[in-house]
Ligand binder design. Structure first.
Ligand code: COA
Ligand code: MG
Length: 229
């Protein structure tokens, strides 16, 4: 069973200072240097989500969860066995995906984009797919579907943007097919629209069979669950 946990930060409450003691000193430093309050809140919730899930797995308190990063920056939990996590944050959402095999998640707020600028991220087939919709709203959805799918895949693989975004492509018919790309066998995808004040798109990339359990909560519910608020 894979789990997608979504925390909705749209309540505009202040960052709970007492939560800072559960994260690493490195993270605290990074949060301290962030200018925007929303960035701090997203960064804090992201790490706490990983600590909460991994803490349950390892049966240790939040602050004792060891979090490392690969040389490409992907967080992982040493000693947790078949336990993989990935997070994404955008706008008012922080998303955590957990599974027993490498996993990737990407959520993006659907800001207006200049399709011409975006063209360089996509394969010619993907770009043609986006342009096949006459309606601007549907084009935007097609754009974010492909964008988040691409991100979810490079995040599952874990090599970041060392895999050029236009070096692999998706075909979207009834199902989602990855047509090129390194080591692409066995990857599966899920993509969906998400509403939280504004419109968002979310994609998941995973390698195991089975169902997703999707849990969505407010910031208050999340912190309550940690015993903080
Ligand atoms: N693999 C998987 N996950 C990674 C990662 C990697 N190599 N490096 C970092 N992450 C995780 C981290 O947990 C990070 O959050 P944290 O720093 O708070 O811990 C999280 O991914 C960030 O994900 P997200 O919120 O979705 O940010 P992003 O979409 O801006 O970036 C990257 C994701 C870093 C993996 C990278 O793909 C990137 O820079 N992408 C943006 C580039 C772009 O222009 N995309 C256009 C697509 S068409
Ligand atoms: Mg992203």
């Amino acid at each position: 069973m894979m789990v997608l946990q979504l925390v909705d930060l749209s309540e505009k409450s202040p960052l709970p200072e007492e939560a800072l003691r559960f994260v690493s000193s490195e993270k605290r430093k990074r949060l301290f240097h962030m200018v925007r309050e929303e960035d701090k809140k997203r960064g804090l919730v992201g790490e706490l989500l990983i600590r909460q899930a991994a803490g349950r797995r390892l049966e240790v308190p939040l602050q004792e969860v060891p979090i490392r990063r690969t040389r490409y920056g992907k967080p992982y939990i040493p000693g947790a066995g078949d336990f993989h996590v990935n997070i994404s944050h955008s706008g008012c959402f922080v998303a955590l995906a957990v599974g027993s095999r490498p996993i990737g998640v990407d959520v993006e707020r659907m800001a207006e984009i200049d399709l011409k600028v975006a063209a360089r991220f996509f394969t010619p087939q993907e770009y043609a797919y986006i342009l096949s919709f006459a309606d601007t709203r549907r084009r935007l959805r097609a754009f974010y579907t492909l964008w988040t799918l691409k991100e979810s895949y490079i995040k599952a693989v874990g090599k970041g943007l060392s895999i050029p975004l236009n070096s692999f492509g998706f075909r979207l018919d009834d199902d989602i097919r990855l047509e090129r790309g390194p080591d692409r066998e066995g990857y599966r995808f899920h993509t969906q629209h998400l509403v939280g004040g504004e419109e968002y798109w979310l994609s998941l990339c995973y390698r195991e069979e089975g169902e997703w359990r999707i849990r969505r909560m407010t910031e208050r519910e999340f912190y309550n669950g940690l015993g903080i608020l």
